[in-house]
Design a binder for this molecule. Structure first.
Ligand SMILES: Nc1ncnc2c1ncn2[C@@H]1O[C@H](COP(=O)(O)OP(=O)(O)OP(=O)(O)O)[C@@H](O)[C@H]1O
Length: 235
């Protein structure tokens, strides 16, 4: 068997606020793999993403990045897009910070990335508030990718969108995963979305991983009673 390259390894991670909220989390994500993360509100999904991003305050265990640090995409792109800057500026920023590119080179990269996420060039001259929810999510996807990161943590990226736009953004995320060989940690409370998007998934409950497997395995033969309950609720 050919060994696939890992992008992320998590070993024995615990996290604490006043009390412990993550318990002995272990998993890895491979190159060009979409890993789903499911669990009810408060089970520790955001704490885990913060730990992966290196923002966790009290975290134990090993978090090993084999590629560059991941970029985030959020449910509400307003949270990550500077409201007073035009889209062109927002997308150029990671390139400016990285250095080594000319103004013309950055401009070209921005237009190219807009095209890749299915947006017209004229969007570069707009402010985030002048876009639809779907367009805004496309911009935040472009912003996550333009700096060269190939690992993305997507935290409920389609939950705030209506069904048609949701399908379009999911399609885009899958297309880009293919094109750029991306890896995602894809957080969603919606098992249908997980089923359509992911290769493998992790189910978390009260800070612990209670199930991990391929989407096919987990959906057809869930091992844990909690997973069975989630799947039952979905019907
Ligand atoms: N800054 C904080 N200070 C203290 N406790 C916190 C803090 N952030 C989260 N917690 C607690 O840690 C636990 C895990 O929260 P976390 O936000 O990681 O869950 P989540 O699965 O992301 O929830 P949601 O789906 O609602 O976003 C919860 O019990 C929560 O109350």
């Amino acid at each position: 068997m050919i060994d696939r390259k890992k992008v992320l390894e998590i070993r024995g991670v615990n996290a604490y606020y006043e009390k412990q909220v993550l318990y002995d989390i272990n998993f890895c994500i491979y190159e060009n793999e979409i890993m789903g993360l499911v669990g009810e509100s408060g089970c520790g999904k955001s704490t885990l993403s913060r730990a992966i991003l290196g923002l966790g305050e009290r975290t134990e265990g090993e978090i090993i990045h084999h590629t560059s640090r991941p970029q985030m995409i959020f449910q509400d792109p307003y949270a990550s897009l500077n409201p007073v800057k035009k889209v062109g500026w927002i997308l150029e920023e990671p390139l400016r910070l990285k250095g080594g590119s000319s103004k013309a080179g950055r401009r070209e990269a921005v237009l190219d990335m807009l095209k890749k996420v299915g947006l017209e060039e004229k969007i570069a001259a707009r402010l985030p508030r002048e876009l639809s929810g779907g367009q805004r999510q496309r911009v935040s996807i472009a912003a996550a990718l333009i700096g060269g990161s190939r690992f993305i943590i997507a935290d409920e990226p389609v939950s705030a969108l209506d069904v048609t736009v949701q399908a379009q953004i999911m399609e885009l995320l899958l297309k880009l995963a293919d094109e750029f060989k991306l890896s995602y940690l894809f957080i969603s409370h919606d098992l249908n979305v997980i089923y359509q998007m992911c290769d493998r998934l992790i189910v978390m409950k009260e800070g612990r991983i209670v199930e991990e497997g391929t989407v096919d395995q987990v959906f057809t033969h869930p091992q844990n009673p909690y997973t069975r309950q989630l799947l039952e609720l979905e019907k």
